[in-house]
Design a protein around this ligand. Structure first.
Ligand code: KIV
Length: 275
């Protein structure tokens, strides 16, 4: 039986995102890697949940996203999808799962769609990965692009500094964004580039442009959830707004628990079972 999304008018689809761009409604996007976080984000009304390969950093403690595997992305995506009723769930294809071999790219994307029942995939790069993008799209899998600072290429860049400040790189980024739109991508993420360039790209494209460190002239914003909640207190770039300081709050709660256990205060009478 074909399940219809009719009647579930609040469910976010790629089509709804294009409508939001057309009427100038900003798109909200945050990362999640597990069921509990995904449930809270979905209940809060987030439009898009990105199962980012930033899981390599904030969940697994790697310095870069390069070590992330397809199997681990599928595990995170499965956990997130189980917690979501409304948001669009986009999953990063990890480094090595799509570059250089479009057949492998399609096979990786199909695994994400089938095994995690995700809604779309995200890939980093422009003309260099166009063949892979085309092949994934040819199977009816929605693709989100990602340009600017593309963390999977950090070993090529050698720095996490702002990208596309030079004219040549900015012009290539504009060409790449256009290519991704023409190929059929439903949206593009622009990371850590000058705000005027990002605004120009957003005005040139009819698909939504989601920024992270790309200013306010784009169609939506994305942040890594551990950064905006202040769970990860080791990362403070200029573009990051912290909405909570959970590192200190959680540490405080853990310290209180330890004190209560050591002193015998926990559990008390009402926290135990009588015979
Ligand atoms: O992996 C990730 O979290 C991302 C965002 C930074 C856009 O790609």
């Amino acid at each position: 039986m074909l399940m219809s999304t009719e009647g579930k008018s609040r469910v976010v689809t790629t089509y709804r995102l294009s409508e939001m761009k057309a009427r100038g409604e900003k798109i909200s996007m945050l990362t999640a890697y597990d069921y509990s976080m995904a449930r809270i984000l979905d209940a809060a009304g987030i439009d898009v949940i990105l199962v980012g390969d930033s899981a390599a950093n904030v969940m697994a403690g790697h310095v870069t996203t390069v070590p992330m595997t397809l199997n681990n992305m599928i595990y995170h995506a499965q956990s997130v999808v189980r917690g979501v009723e409304r948001a669009l769930v986009v999953v990063d294809l990890p480094f090595g799962a799509y570059q250089g071999n479009s057949k492998e790219a399609l096979a990786s994307a199909i695994r994400i769609m089938k095994e995690a029942e995700a809604h779309a995939v995200k890939v980093e790069g422009g003309v260099e990965i166009l063949e892979s993008v085309n092949r994934i799209l040819s199977a009816g899998i929605p693709v989100m692009g990602h340009l600017g600072l593309t963390p999977q290429s950090i070993n090529k860049f050698g720095t996490y500094t702002v990208r596309a400040r030079e004219r040549e790189e900015a012009e290539k980024l504009e060409r790449d964004a256009k290519l991704l739109e023409e190929a059929g991508c439903f949206a593009v993420v622009l990371e850590k580039i000058p705000a005027p360039l990002a605004a120009r790209v957003a005005s040139q494209l009819s698909i939504p442009v989601i920024g992270i460190g790309a200013g306010n002239g784009v169609d939506g914003q994305v942040l890594v959830v551990h950064d905006m909640l202040g769970i990860n207190n080791e990362f403070s770039p200029r573009f990051l707004r912290r909405y909570a300081n959970l590192y200190d709050e959680m540490k405080g709660a853990f310290e209180q628990y330890i004190t209560d256990v050591k002193s015998g205060d926990f559990p008390n009478e009402s926290e135990q079972y009588a015979e």
